[in-house]
Design a protein around this ligand. Sequence first.
Ligand code: HEC
Ligand code: HEC
Ligand code: HEC
Length: 443
Amino acid sequence: MTWTHLRAFGMAALCVLAGSGAAARTPPPVPAVAQAAAPRDPLVARGEYLARAGDCVSCHTRPGGAPFAGGLPMKTPFGTVVSTNITPEPQQGIGQYTLEDFTRALREGRARDGHHLYPAMPYTNFARLTDADLQALHAYFMNGVRPVRQDNPETDLRWPFSMRSLMAVWNWLYLPDKPYEADPARSADWNRGAYLVQGLGHCGACHTPRSFTGAEKAPSPLAGEAFLSGAVIDDWYAQPLRNTVTPGLATWSVSDIVDYLKTGRTERTAAFGPMAQVVANSTQHLSREDLAAVAGYLKSIGGEGDSAVIAPPAATDATAAALRQGETTKPGSLVFLNNCAACHRTDGEGARRTFPSLAHNSAVAAADPTSLIRLVLQGSAMARTAEAPSALAMPALGWRLTDANVADVLSFMRSSWGNQAAPVSPEQVARVRAQVQAPGAAH
Ligand code: HEC
Ligand code: HEC
Ligand code: HEC
């Protein structure tokens, strides 16, 4: 599966010229991470774990290329940013990077020769990393990764975006000037979760909306309620990760969140699109303790009090009863019966860990229906993880459903089985269809 991943990289200095800035990445299928044969030094092993938490491999590997050898094109409105080789190869890679050079690249977005990196590299998030973690990461990239020579195209943005020095202004505005500082009023677990989410995990890179300059509107909860409040990223919608009632994580328990990040699925939902890739390449490799810290932290944001409880499916649910009797007067219900009910069932409950439930599901109730439209048009496969190796797939149905059919069935789904989300219009479907079918668009 390939997909494109919007990555903001606006430049404040150029906002007048450019409006919003977003870059796209197309991560490869899950690659095997290269490992040197040498006995493992604990520092190197620690660095490998952190590299997984930072999902370095997804951006720094092109489809079919060697792990970390770069060459992945990330489309932006200004041109294409190509990820670079971060294997320890001395000429093409980062073999000559000292710990200081490496630290400056990750925290300040400067390459060894001093040139500014574009924020397609999430260094505003990595700026939060501690010295100890940077040291372990450096040890891993120098001693645990196989050096690879690989000819990659160079980043070639059109003028004036080709002037990397303009990033200095952007950095001055948006770059955090110090690593994560623990909040002494909170537990060690909470601080660990905050550190992973805001730093290596760079969850906000996809889940926090961007301002017109391309910067995350709020890089931490202290900076405002935009933090992790949901954002559209390359024609996928990354739902809010705040503890708010629909949409949000209020209906999720800590163990649901851990399950989702570890296995790619829960009793009710499954990761799809870019998140399936994040789970497969990154979060499934984290320890349950770290994932519980992440989950506990997310549950503390937004705080609308206690979590909402999911009501069991009503035996008397009107939609399910009507569908079972073949009663299809409600727009979208016939499309649902013919195309969806075989897997997701007439009561919308699906089948545990096999077909997601369409009832009481924060993805289905999302404020923005972009992901739902895209799922029906293009289909999707679940993340393949060590604990849940079967990547069950939803078929692409865009070839046989019209824009009106898709709008009807999604509106039907969003207003059935207790769902109360806004309807979807054929125009919204047409817009997403045009985007995902555009030449060069991701699949
Ligand atoms: C979301 C995509 C993304 C992720 C995740 C990411 N990078 Fe990058 N990184 C990039 C891109 C793109 C560039 C090149 C930017 C440019 O040329 O302006 C880059 C550049 C770099 C550089 C500078 C190398 C050079 O000389 O150009 C280093 C070092 C680096 N990344 C290390 C890492 C590490 C370590 C991780 C994981 C902790 C990581 N990156 C995660 C996208 C990413
Ligand atoms: C590359 C972009 C990207 C990154 C990085 C990312 N996510 Fe996601 N995430 C998404 C998208 C898109 C979705 C919607 C797909 C889905 O629900 O499976 C999503 C969905 C989720 C959901 C399900 C929410 C719901 O209501 O169904 C959770 C939980 C989640 N992400 C947690 C995280 C955490 C924690 C991190 C950081 C460790 C993270 N994500 C990083 C793109 C991303
Ligand atoms: C062959 C079985 C099958 C059919 C038919 C099917 N789906 Fe799915 N659906 C799935 C699977 C499997 C997933 C999980 C995909 C993933 O995680 O990548 C899914 C995911 C979804 C999701 C996301 C829910 C979540 O939490 O992950 C929605 C919404 C959805 N389907 C709606 C529909 C609609 C609407 C139709 C009919 C137009 C339909 N599906 C037809 C199997 C099916």
